[in-house]
Design a protein around this ligand. Structure first.
Ligand SMILES: Cc1cc2nc3c(=O)[nH]c(=O)nc-3n(C[C@H](O)[C@H](O)[C@H](O)COP(=O)(O)OP(=O)(O)OC[C@H]3O[C@@H](n4cnc5c(N)ncnc54)[C@H](O)[C@@H]3O)c2cc1C
Length: 442
């Protein structure tokens, strides 16, 4: 299902530029824009200073979810995420897997009242589930909960099941980048953008200067338009264009995960930390993952690590409902920094997960845009909104088709067992290949 842009759709090239658009950042938002813009006929170059998905996109909880917890504060975010989750399932079905959750309720103070209130809350979430092919929630008695998940501990009043989807964020980034490349984009991995050059008189963007981190070689690429998709690095990137860092302000929020060597449960389980935050234990491919924290981050964005205190905080929270976690073998951690929209005052968990496009013409830098905030689950929509801005700038008529055009490998289902027989490889290896590459595993 490859749709190449017709030459008629291409905007008039400016003779003094090498590419129409430079995207800085190879996270999900950057590769999403590179894909959409290339598909609509723009000549795109993307620079990623590390590897694709090095930042938040490769270190998230990997849920293509509706964001249950934003339902009361940001229902708009929940609806957008659910709708885009449906689109992502349609274009990359091989990359998604269902994550059924259990939410046990302790028979503590106000336990029964909270349980009844939560039922109403899940009922509200059910309205969005059809957008992402999710099943409605179910009320479960303590016995039913323990039958489904024998390791559940504590005096329970009951619980719920509800439905989410998981994805490998790094594979999602790679699929978008491959598609962009196949539509003509150039993707420079391991290349840092060091400066965004602007005209002295008008402030307009004219070029980027970059450096290959392996060879040390520098280069210059002329362009009229730069998209800063560098997530938590956005303020630093704005300063590369001579703008104040505050022109692209985020409130960086660190989140860590702990990885265990195998699947410990049948279902993902929600639990609460000592300070009342929601965390989870989820089966993840052939492992299990606990996540996540959300703490203001003031450190070096290139050196984000989980601390032993953070690990103990998460394990303590899960142990309250699933004590066997203490016997399980933790094999690693990973951590990332959310590029959350800036606000002074709210606690980290209460911050909005909305996304925002900043047009730096307002700061005297026409042609420079920053994408901040957002979620993995709504990256496609965010990229569409950014590319709509670019399409208007280049006077392009082409409409977005990223929600109906399959990502590489997502065009048809593949029978992993047939592949294993044909290639004479282990069935597990064949399933893994099909998960990662879809129809391109053939
Ligand atoms: C712990 C955690 C859990 C999360 N869980 C979920 C979840 O379950 N579901 C969900 O929907 N969302 C989740 N999110 C949010 C989601 O991951 C982010 O909103 C999204 O990945 C942000 O993508 P991005 O492309 O804007 O930024 P990033 O993925 O951070 O990408 C920015 C990239 O820019 C590059 N860069 C920086 N400076 C330069 C430069 N000068 N030159 C070239 N490249 C540069 C960096 O190397 C980096 O790769 C989570 C985030 C975190 C941290």
């Amino acid at each position: 299902m490859t749709i190449l842009p017709s030459s008629a759709a291409r905007p008039a090239r400016r003779a003094d530029t090498d590419v129409d658009v430079v995207v800085i950042g190879g996270g999900v938002n950057g590769v999403g824009v590179a894909r959409d813009a290339s598909q609509r006929g723009l000549k795109v170059a993307l620079f990623e200073r590390n590897d694709l998905a090095f930042g938040a996109s490769g270190n998230s909880s990997g849920m293509i979810h509706g964001g249950l917890r934003y339902l009361t504060s940001d229902p708009h975010v929940t609806e957008n995420s659910c709708r885009d989750s449906g689109h992502i399932q349609a274009i990359a079905p091989h990359l998604l897997f269902r994550i059924p959750f259990l939410v046990p309720f302790e028979d503590a103070r106000h336990g029964r009242i909270l349980y009844t209130l939560a039922d109403g809350f899940f009922e509200a979430y059910d309205k969005y589930q059809p957008l992402k092919r999710g099943k409605p929630h179910a009320r479960l008695s303590p016995d039913e909960l323990r039958r489904l998940e024998p390791g559940l501990h504590g005096d329970l009043v009951g619980g719920f099941s509800f439905d989410e989807w998981g994805i490998d964020g790094a594979r999602l980034c790679i699929a978008n980048a491959v598609d962009a490349i196949e539509r003509g984009a150039k993707v420079y991995v391991g290349h840092t953008v060091e400066r965004v050059e602007r005209r002295e008189d008008t402030g307009e963007v004219v070029a980027v200067r970059y450096r290959d981190r392996v060879t040390g070689e520098g280069g210059r690429l002329r362009t009229s338009t730069v998209v800063n998709a560098t997530g938590a690095w956005s303020p630093i990137t704005a300063s590369l264009a001579g703008l104040p860092a505050a022109s692209s302000r985020v409130r960086p929020g660190k989140g860590v995960h702990v990885v265990f060597d195998r699947r410990l449960t049948n279902y993902a389980i929600m639990a609460r930390t000592i300070d009342g935050r929601q965390i989870f234990l989820e089966p993840w491919q052939n492992m299990s993952v606990i996540g996540t924290t959300d703490d203001d981050f003031y450190g070096d964005l290139d050196q984000v690590r989980a601390t032993s205190e953070e690990v103990r905080y998460l394990v303590q929270g899960i142990a309250r409902v699933f004590p066997q976690i203490h016997e399980a073998r933790a094999i690693g951690t990973y951590a990332g920094v959310r590029p959350t929209l800036y606000a002074y005052g709210p606690t980290e968990d209460a911050l909005s997960r909305e996304h925002q496009i900043i047009d730096h013409a307002a700061h005297g830098a026409p042609g420079l845009y920053s994408m901040i905030g957002g979620k993995l689950a709504s990256f496609r929509l965010f990229a569409q909104e950014m590319t709509d801005v670019l399409a208007r700038r280049f006077d392009l008529g082409a409409r977005c088709v990223t929600h109906t055009t399959a990502l590489p490998g997502g065009d048809r289902p593949v029978d992993a067992l047939a592949l294993s027989r044909r290639m004479e490889i282990d069935a597990v290896a064949a399933r893994r290949l099909v998960y990662r590459h879809g129809s391109r595993a053939l």
